[in-house]
Ligand binder design. Structure first.
Ligand code: PEP
Ligand code: MG
Length: 883
C-alpha cells in the first residue's frame, strides 16, 4: 500500500520576484552550500514566517533566522547577501530564539534603503538546511506575495531529520574552503578560521608540505588553474605560501601575484577533514610539468584562423577569414582596432549598490557564456591551446580577488563598471610590478576580461575622439549601436567583428550607413595586428588580411563598379517599382528616427514599412508620455511628406533592453515578456504609446503594427482598445492595425489573424530565430540562421495564403527583404511590400524591375521543396544572378 507522502508548504516570506538559487549573487548560496533553496528580490521590508514552527536560531546580527517545522525541516531565511557585515544595523528582530511562530508572522523588519546601500545585494535566500532529511518537490516562480503565495513544497527524504551535527559541520568546512565570505552569525559558521572549523568539525586537520614548482616559466595561469581544479575536489581549504605572501587556491589572480617562478620552493597548506588528500592532489599538480601548450602566448597570438566558410562553401584562401555578411559591398583599408581605446566608466553609481551588483553579475554571466562558446569552438577545431587560454579566462571571471574587490567598491557607491575596472587595475598593476616578463604578460589576459565585462555592462570606448586614417576598416569584438551612430562615414570603408550576427541592431545600422560589414568572424580576428591592410568582401563573406597589391587593386575596382551601379540605381529610385510583366511591389524603408525618415525619402522609399519605436524608450530616464510619443511620430510623419508610416508599438525584451523598466528577471527572455506581451506587466507603456499614435495628423498617414503577436486574442483585445481610444479622442475614421508575423504560430494562424488585421508584416529576423530555434544573437549560428531556409519560406507561403483569404496584403520588414537573393522568392510567394534599410531602397527597386513575376511564382514554389537554405540560395542565384 502506498503511504501518502506528507508535504510541507512554505509561503513566500517577502513580496518580490523569485531568483533561482543558482542566480543568487553569492557563490555560497548559489552553490547550495547552505542547502537547496530559492531566492527572492524583496519589494517589501518585513520578513515573515513561511510556515509554522519554532525559531531554532536567530543570528546575533538579526539578518538571518532559522525556523524548525513540526516535521523537523530546518528553514533558513537569510536577508540580503553579506549582510552579516552590517553588524545588525538596519535590522530589527521581531521574534526570539525558542519562540513558536505561525505562518505569516513577522520575523525581521529591515530598512531596505540602508541595507541596499551597504550590502552586496538585497536578494533574500530561503534554504533548507537539513537537505538530507527534506528535499524540495516544487518551487514557485515569478512574482511572490508575502505570506500568501506558495514558494516551496518540501517532502521528507525518509532519512530522519537530525539536528545540525556531523553533516552541518562538514558543510561548514566546505564553506570555509570554498569561499572568503565570513558569516559567523548564522549558526552555520561561515568562518575562514580553521580553528573554528576544527573545533566544530572535531576532525579538521592541517597538512603542509614544501614543493618545488616544475612548470616551465613558474606558476602561470594554466598551472594555477589546474592546481585550483585539483583543490576544488576537496572540502579542505588550501593555500600557497611563498616569499612571505599567501594566496588561496581559489584565486588565480592571488596565485599569480605570488610571483613564484620556475623552480621556486612554495609551501602548500591544506586545512580541513580531508587535508591530506587535498594536499597530495595539489602537490601532484604542481610537481607535474604539463606540456606548455600556448601558455606563453596571449590569446590573440594563440588563436588560429577558424576554418569556417560562413557565406559560401568555397575553401578559404591563405590569409583569409570567413564571416557572415551583415552589410553588402567591398571595403579596402587599414585595420583599426575600435575596442582598444580605454573605456572609462562613470565613477559613481546611478543605481543602488544592489542593482549595480546585479548588473555586474549579469555582465559576468554574459561574458562567461561568450567564453564558453569560444572554448567549445576552439576545442572542436582541435585548438587545445586556444581553448585552454579562454578556459582560464572563465576561471578569472569568478576569481574572488577580482569579484570581491569590485563588490567592495560597489558597496561604497561606485558604478559596476568603475568597480570592475579598478579591481582589474589593482591586479594588473601588481602583476606588472613583478620582475617576471611572463607574469607581466598575464596582465593582458586581465585587461581582456576587463574589456569584455565592461562591454557586457553596455560601456564602450569614446568613438568620436579617435583619429582615423582615410580608409579605415574598423574591427571590434562587437559593435554596439551607439559605437556606430557617431562614425565618420567618410573614412570608414568597412566593419568587421568577431561576434554578432546579420540581424543584430548594429548590423542593421551598418546597412543603413551603407558600410560593408562582415560579422561573426570569430576570435581569430583579434590575431590580426592593428594597422594591417585588409580587404573586406562582405558579399562573399571574406576578410583578406595582408593582401597583395593585385588583390587591393581588384578590390578597389570592384568597389568602384559597385559605386557606379549604386549611382545608376539612384537615378530611378524615386519611381515606383514593378516587374517586367507589370506586377507592382512597394519598396518601403525601415527607420527609427526622423533623420532616417529623411534618408528614406531621399532614397526613394515609397513609404515607411517599419518604424522601430524602441529608440524612443532607450537612452532616457523614464518612459515617454503620450504627448512625447505624439510629438515624435508627428515629426516623422511630417518628414515623410505624405508617405504612410507603419509604426510598431514597443518591442523590448530579449535583444532590446530598456534599463528603467526593471522587468522581472527571466531565464529565457527571447521567449518571455517581450513585444506585445509586455503589456501584460506594463499596460501603461502601451496605453501611452497608443494615445500618441492615435493623435497623429493627418488621419490615414499612420498604421499601427503590433509585434510578437501569437494569436487573434491579443489582436482583438488591442484593436478594441484602439477603437475605444479613438472614440475618446474624437476620431471617427478607422486606423489600420497590422500584426507582425514573427513567431511560427502567427504564420500558421495567418488566416485567422487576417480576419481582424488590415495587413500582415513578416519579421523574418525573429521568424527565422523561432522557426529554426537559433538565437539571432548567437554568432556561432549566424551563418545557419538563414531566412531562406525552406521551413521559413513555407511559413511565409502560409502567411500570404492565409492573408489572401481575407484580401489582406503582406509585407516583409525583416532583413530578408533587403537580400537581393531573397527578393525574387518573396515576390513569387505573394509578398507585395518589401521594407528595407533606407539606403538599400534603390538597389531593391532595381532588383524588382529586373524580375518576371510569373517566373518568380513558379520558382518560389520549387524552392519550397528544397532541403536547405544553401540549396535555396544556390537555386535563386542561378535563375537570378546578382550584378
Ligand atoms: C524582425 O523580427 O524581423 C523584425 C523586423 O523586428 P526586429 O528586428 O526589430 O526584432
Ligand atoms: Mg522582431
Amino acid at each position: 500500500m502506498n503511504r501518502q507522502v506528507k508535504e510541507i508548504e512554505l509561503l513566500a516570506p517577502l513580496t518580490g520576484p523569485v531568483v533561482p538559487i543558482e542566480d543568487v549573487p553569492d557563490p555560497v548560496f548559489a552553490g547550495k552550500l547552505f542547502g537547496d533553496g530559492i531566492g527572492l528580490d524583496p519589494l517589501d521590508n518585513i520578513l515573515v514566517a513561511p510556515c509554522d514552527g519554532t525559531i531554532s536560531h536567530l543570528a546575533r546580527t538579526s539578518h538571518a533566522v532559522t525556523i524548525t517545522t513540526g516535521e523537523g525541516a530546518e528553514v533558513l531565511l537569510h536577508v540580503g547577501i553579506d549582510t552579516v557585515e552590517l553588524k545588525g544595523e538596519g535590522f530589527t528582530p521581531k521574534v526570539k530564539e525558542g519562540e513558536r511562530v505561525v505562518a505569516g508572522q513577522a520575523l525581521i523588519e529591515f530598512d531596505p534603503d540602508y541595507v541596499a546601500r551597504r550590502a552586496h545585494s538585497l536578494v533574500t535566500v530561503v534554504a533548507i538546511a537539513n537537505g538530507d532529511a527534506f528535499q524540495i518537490a516544487r518551487r514557485g516562480s515569478g512574482m511572490m506575495q508575502s505570506g500568501r503565495t506558495l514558494l516551496l513544497t518540501l517532502v521528507s527524504t525518509g532519512h530522519p531529520a537530525v539536528s545540525p551535527t556531523a553533516s552541518d559541520a562538514e558543510r561548514a568546512a566546505a564553506i570555509a574552503s570554498t569561499t572568503t565570505v565570513s558569516d559567523p552569525a548564522t549558526g552555520f559558521t561561515m568562518t575562514e578560521s580553521t580553528v573554528a572549523v576544527a573545533t566544530q568539525v572535531g576532525a579538521a586537520a592541517e597538512a603542509r608540505a614544501d614543493v618545488t614548482l616544475a612548470h616551465k616559466g613558474g606558476l602561470h595561469a594554466r598551472p594555477a588553474a589546474r592546481a585550483r581544479e585539483a583543490a576544488r575536489k576537496f572540502a579542505s581549504k588550501v593555500e600557497l605560501h611563498y616569499g612571505g605572501k599567501a594566496a588561496s587556491l581559489n584565486s588565480i589572480v592571488g596565485l599569480l601575484g605570488l610571483g613564484a617562478g620556475e623552480g621556486a620552493n612554495v609551501t602548500v597548506v591544506a586545512t580541513g577533514h580531508d587535508a591530506h588528500e587535498a594536499l597530495a592532489a595539489v602537490i601532484a599538480e604542481l610537481e607535474h610539468d604539463a606540456p606548455a601548450e600556448h601558455e606563453q602566448q596571449s590569446p590573440a597570438q594563440a588563436v588560429s584562423p577558424a576554418p569556417r566558410t560562413a557565406a559560401t562553401s568555397r575553401p578559404l584562401e591563405p590569409n583569409t577569414l570567413a564571416g557572415v555578411a551583415a552589410s553588402p559591398g567591398v571595403g579596402v583599408g587599414t585595420l583599426v582596432r575600435w575596442d582598444d581605446g580605454d573605456i572609462t566608466p562613470p565613477e559613481l553609481a546611478t543605481g543602488t549598490p544592489a542593482s549595480e551588483s546585479r548588473a555586474l553579475d549579469k555582465a559576468l554571466a554574459v561574458v562567461d557564456d561568450e567564453l564558453k562558446s569560444t572554448v567549445h569552438q576552439a576545442s572542436q577545431r582541435g585548438a587545445v591551446g586556444e581553448a585552454g587560454i579562454f578556459a582560464v579566462h572563465r576561471v578569472l571571471l569568478e576569481d574572488p580577488a577580482l569579484v570581491d574587490a569590485a563588490r567592495d567598491l560597489i558597496s561604497l557607491g561606485k558604478s559596476a563598471g568603475f568597480a570592475w575596472r579598478e579591481s582589474i587595475g589593482a591586479q594588473t598593476a601588481m602583476l606588472g610590478s613583478l620582475d617576471d616578463t611572463l607574469l607581466s604578460e598575464r596582465a593582458a589576459d586581465l585587461r581582456d576580461i576587463e574589456k569584455r565585462v565592461l562591454r557586457a555592462l553596455g560601456l564602450s570606448s569614446p568613438s568620436r575622439a579617435r583619429d582615423l586614417p582615410n580608409e579605415a576598416v574598423l574591427c571590434a569584438d562587437e559593435f554596439t549601436p551607439s559605437d556606430l551612430s557617431g562614425l565618420d562615414t567618410s573614412r570608414v570603408t568597412g566593419l568587421v567583428t568577431a561576434r554578432g550576427g546579420a540581424t543584430t541592431h548594429a548590423a542593421i545600422i551598418a546597412r543603413q550607413l551603407g558600410i560593408p560589414a562582415l560579422v561573426a568572424i570569430g576570435d581569430a580576428l583579434h590575431a590580426i595586428p592593428d594597422g594591417t591592410m585588409v580587404v573586406v568582401d562582405a558579399s562573399a563573406g571574406r576578410l583578406e588580411y595582408a593582401p597583395t597589391t593585385l588583390d587591393i587593386d581588384r578590390a578597389r575596382a570592384e568597389r568602384a563598379r559597385l559605386a557606379s551601379v549604386r549611382e545608376q540605381n539612384r537615378k530611378t529610385s524615386q519611381l515606383a517599382a514593378q516587374t517586367t510583366d507589370g506586377h507592382a511591389v512597394e519598396i518601403a524603408a525601415n527607420i527609427a528616427t526622423v533623420n532616417d525618415a529623411q534618408v528614406a525619402v531621399d532614397n526613394g522609399a515609397d513609404a515607411v514599412g517599419l518604424l522601430r519605436t524602441e529608440l524612443m524608450f532607450i537612452h532616457r530616464p523614464t518612459a515617454p508620455t503620450a504627448a512625447e510619443h505624439a510629438e515624435s511620430y508627428q515629426s516623422i510623419v511630417t518628414a515623410l511628406q505624405g508617405r504612410t508610416a507603419i509604426i510598431r508599438t514597443l518591442d523590448v525584451g530579449a535583444d532590446k533592453e530598456v534599463d528603467y523598466l526593471t522587468l522581472p528577471p527571466e531565464p529565457n527572455p527571447a521567449l518571455g515578456l517581450r513585444g506585445i506581451r509586455l503589456a501584460q506587466v506594463r499596460p501603461d507603456l502601451l496605453e501611452d504609446q497608443l494615445r500618441g499614435l492615435v493623435a497623429v495628423q493627418p488621419y490615414g498617414t499612420v498604421r499601427i503594427l503590433l509585434p510578437m503577436v501569437t494569436d487573434v486574442n491579443e489582436l482583438i483585445r488591442l484593436r478594441a482598445r484602439i477603437d475605444e481610444l479613438q472614440r475618446e479622442m474624437g476620431r471617427t475614421d478607422p486606423i489600420e492595425v497590422g500584426v507582425m508575423i514573427e513567431v511560427p504560430s502567427a504564420a500558421l494562424l495567418a488566416d485567422q489573424l487576417a480576419r481582424y488585421a488590415d495587413f500582415l508584416s513578416i519579421g523574418t529576423n525573429d521568424l527565422t530565430q523561432y522557426t529554426l530555434a537559433m538565437d539571432r544573437m548567437q554568432a556561432q549560428l549566424a551563418d545557419q540562421a538563414d531566412g531562406l531556409h525552406p521551413a521559413v519560406l513555407r511559413l511565409i507561403a502560409a502567411t500570404t495564403q492565409g492573408a489572401a483569404k481575407y484580401g489582406r496584403w503582406v509585407g516583409v520588414c525583416g532583413a530578408l527583404a533587403g537580400d537581393p537573393v531573397a527578393v525574387p522568392l518573396l515576390v513569387g510567394l505573394g509578398v507585395t511590400e518589401l521594407s528595407v534599410d533606407p539606403v538599400s531602397v534603390p538597389a531593391i527597386k532595381a532588383r524588382v524591375r529586373s524580375l518576371d513575376y510569373q517566373l518568380c511564382r513558379q520558382r518560389a514554389q520549387d524552392a519550397l521543396a528544397l532541403e536547405s537554405a544553401q540549396a535555396v540560395r544556390a537555386a535563386s542565384r542561378e535563375v537570378w544572378p546578382l550584378d
